[in-house]
Design a binder for this molecule. Structure first.
Ligand SMILES: *Cc1c(COP(=O)(O)O)cnc(C)c1O
Length: 475
C-alpha cells in the first residue's frame, strides 16, 4: 500500500538515530565482537535501507517498528557473512593427492606443531647461538639436506625461496644473465598454466638456446650449440606430460659429462623433488633428487609442497660454489621465506631422516592400499542410510593420482563411493557437496560423483557420510 508523503515523514521519525542504536544492548555486544567501525557502517547501511523502503512506501508503521527491532539481528547476520573466512578447510575426496587448487601437500602434525611453536615467539632464525653473531636462515635446512643426501658422496648446499618457480628464475638470473642457456625443445614445458620455461628464461635475462626437436634431442645437439656465450645446460623435468613412442633424450650422466668437459654447469629443474622411493608404491620413472646429484647435476631446483610433502617452497641444492653465487644475487633477498616455512621444512626433513614416512600426509596417502581404502569405503556404505531409491550409492573401483605435475602417467588403484541421482545431475551433486559446511570436493566421472577416500583423513569420513545422506533428504 502506498502511503501519503505526510504519513511517510511520520514514519521516518520512528527511526532512531544511529548513535542511539549503537547504545542498545544487542548492538553493544556486536561492537565488542566485530569492532566499532564495522558495526557503525552496517548500522548506517541498514538504517539507510529501511529509510529507502519507507520512501518507496513499502513499509507500514508496525513494519518500521519491527525493522528497527530487527536491526541488531540483521546487522549481525551481515557482519557474520562479511567477517567469515574466505579461505576455508576443505575435504579432498578427489583422489588427487597433490591437488594444486586444494593447496597441494597437507603438512605433518610435527610440522604444524613446530610452526606454531616457532611462529608464536622469537627464534634463532638468523642467529648463530654459539657466537651470538648473525647467522644464515638457510643453515637450518641445508644441514638436513646434506644429511639426507650424504650417501651421494658429494658436498651439497641448499637454500630456500618462495616456490620452485622463484627458484628457477633466481638460479637462471644468478648464473646465466646476459648469456645463453641450452634447453631441449622437448622440455620447453608449461606447468600449472602460468609457469612457462621460455617466459621464465626471458624474465631471468638469459637467452634460451633451443636444441633438438620435440621428441628427439641428442647429446650432439647440446654439444654443437655450446659457444662462448653459453652459461648453463638446463634439463627440465617434463612433470605433467609424457612423450612416448619415437623419442630420444640424453641421460643426465651424458649431459653431466658434457658439462664437465666444457666447463659449463648443468642445472636441472626437477619440479617435484622426490626423496621417497615411489617404486615402493608401484610408481616408476619419477626422478629422485639423489639420482640427479649422483648423475652429476651441479645445481637443481624443486618444490617443497609436491612429492616432498612439506610447505610451499622452492629449494635450490647444488655445489657450495654455485649455490653461494645464487645466494649473493639480490633476488634471493626478495624471494626468501618466513620462519614458519623453515619450521615446517625442518620438521618435514627430520621426519624423512627418521624414515617415518607415514607421518607425512602425502606419503601416507600414496602408501594406502586399495584394500585399506576399500575397507573404509565399505564401512561408510554400511553406515549409510538413504531413504529414497532416487539416490544411487555404490562402491566402484577407481584410480587415484599423485598430482602436482608428478608422475603424470602413474595411477594408484583405489575404490570410491559413486553417487548418482535420478533427480540431480552429477554437477549439481558435486556443487551441493562443495557447499557443505566443510566443503567436500569430489570428482565427476561418467555422470557420477566419485568420492575417493584416499585423500580424505579417516576422521573426515563421518562428515562425508552425513553430506551424502543429506543429498537424499534435501531433494
Ligand atoms: C611444479 C613445477 C614448477 C613450479 O613449481 P612451484 O613450486 O609450483 O612454483 C616448475 N618446474 C617444474 C618442472 C615443475 O614440475
Amino acid at each position: 500500500m502506498k502511503l501519503e508523503g505526510g504519513a511517510n515523514s511520520e514514519l521516518f521519525r520512528l527511526l532512531p538515530a544511529v548513535d542511539e542504536l549503537l547504545r542498545r544492548k544487542g548492538v553493544r555486544a556486536l561492537v565488542s565482537q566485530y569492532g566499532h567501525e564495522a558495526v557503525l557502517q552496517h548500522l548506517r547501511r541498514y538504517v539507510g535501507d529501511v529509510r529507502s523502503r519507507i520512501s518507496r512506501g513499502d513499509l507500514r508503521e508496525s513494519e518500521v517498528a519491527a525493522a528497527v527491532e530487527a536491526a541488531p539481528r540483521e546487522v549481525e547476520r551481515r557482519l557474520k557473512a562479511e567477517m567469515a573466512y574466505s579461505l576455508r578447510p576443505a575435504i579432498n575426496a578427489t583422489g588427487v593427492i597433490l591437488h594444486t587448487n586444494l593447496g597441494r601437500a597437507p603438512l605433518s602434525e610435527e610440522a604444524l606443531r613446530y610452526i606454531s611453536e616457532i611462529a608464536r615467539g622469537y627464534s634463532n632464525i638468523e642467529m648463530d647461538l654459539a657466537t651470538g653473531e648473525r647467522g644464515k636462515r638457510d643453515e637450518h635446512v641445508s644441514r638436513l639436506f646434506a644429511k639426507l643426501f650424504a650417501e651421494v658422496g658429494r658436498e651439497v648446499t641448499t637454500i630456500v625461496v618462495n616456490n620452485n618457480a622463484a627458484a628457477v628464475l633466481l638460479t637462471l638470473n644468478a648464473l646465466a644473465e646476459g648469456g645463453e642457456v641450452i634447453v631441449s625443445r622437448g622440455e620447453l614445458v608449461e606447468i600449472g598454466g602460468s609457469f612457462r620455461i621460455p617466459d621464465v628464461m626471458a624474465k631471468s635475462g638469459a637467452v634460451l638456446r633451443e636444441v633438438g626437436t620435440t621428441n628427439r634431442t641428442r647429446i650432439g645437439d647440446y654439444e654443437q650449440a655450446i659457444n662462448e656465450k653459453t652459461k648453463l645446460l638446463l634439463r627440465v623435468h617434463r612433470s605433467n606430460f609424457e612423450i612416448t613412442g619415437f623419442t630420444e633424450q640424453p641421460s643426465l650422466e651424458e649431459l653431466a659429462g658434457l658439462a664437465k668437459r666444457r666447463g659449463i654447469p648443468l642445472m636441472e629443474d626437477l619440479g617435484s623433488g622426490d626423496i621417497f622411493d615411489l617404486r615402493t608404491v608401484g610408481v616408476h620413472g619419477e626422478p629422485t633428487i639423489a639420482a640427479s646429484l649422483r648423475a652429476g647435476v651441479d645445481i637443481l631446483t624443486f618444490s617443497g609442497d609436491k612429492l616432498l610433502g612439506g610447505p610451499q617452497a622452492g629449494l635450490i641444492s647444488g655445489t657450495p660454489e654455485l649455490v653461494a653465487k645464487v645466494r649473493k644475487n639480490p633476488l634471493f633477498r626478495a624471494l626468501r621465506v618466513d620462519k614458519m616455512f623453515y619450521a615446517a621444512l625442518e620438521a618435514t626433513l627430520l621426519t624423512y631422516l627418521r624414515e617415518d614416512y607415514d607421518s607425512i600426509p602425502a606419503l601416507r596417502m600414496m602408501r594406502l592400499t586399495e584394500e585399506q581404502i576399500g575397507e573404509r569405503t565399505e564401512r561408510m556404505m554400511r553406515k549409510l542410510h538413504i531413504s529414497t531409491p532416487k539416490l544411487n550409492v555404490e562402491v566402484v573401483a577407481t584410480r587415484s593420482v599423485i598430482g602436482g605435475g608428478s608422475a603424470p602417467g602413474a595411477t594408484l588403484r583405489s575404490r570410491a563411493v559413486a553417487v548418482s541421482s535420478a533427480e540431480m545431475g552429477a554437477d549439481e551433486i558435486a556443487r551441493r557437496l562443495r557447499e557443505w559446511e566443510t566443503p567436500i570436493i569430489a570428482r565427476v566421472e561418467d555422470g557420477k560423483v566419485l568420492l575417493d577416500l584416499r585423500t580424505a583423513e579417516p576422521e573426515q569420513d563421518q562428515v562425508v557420510l552425513r553430506a551424502v545422506e543429506s543429498l537424499a533428504t534435501h531433494n
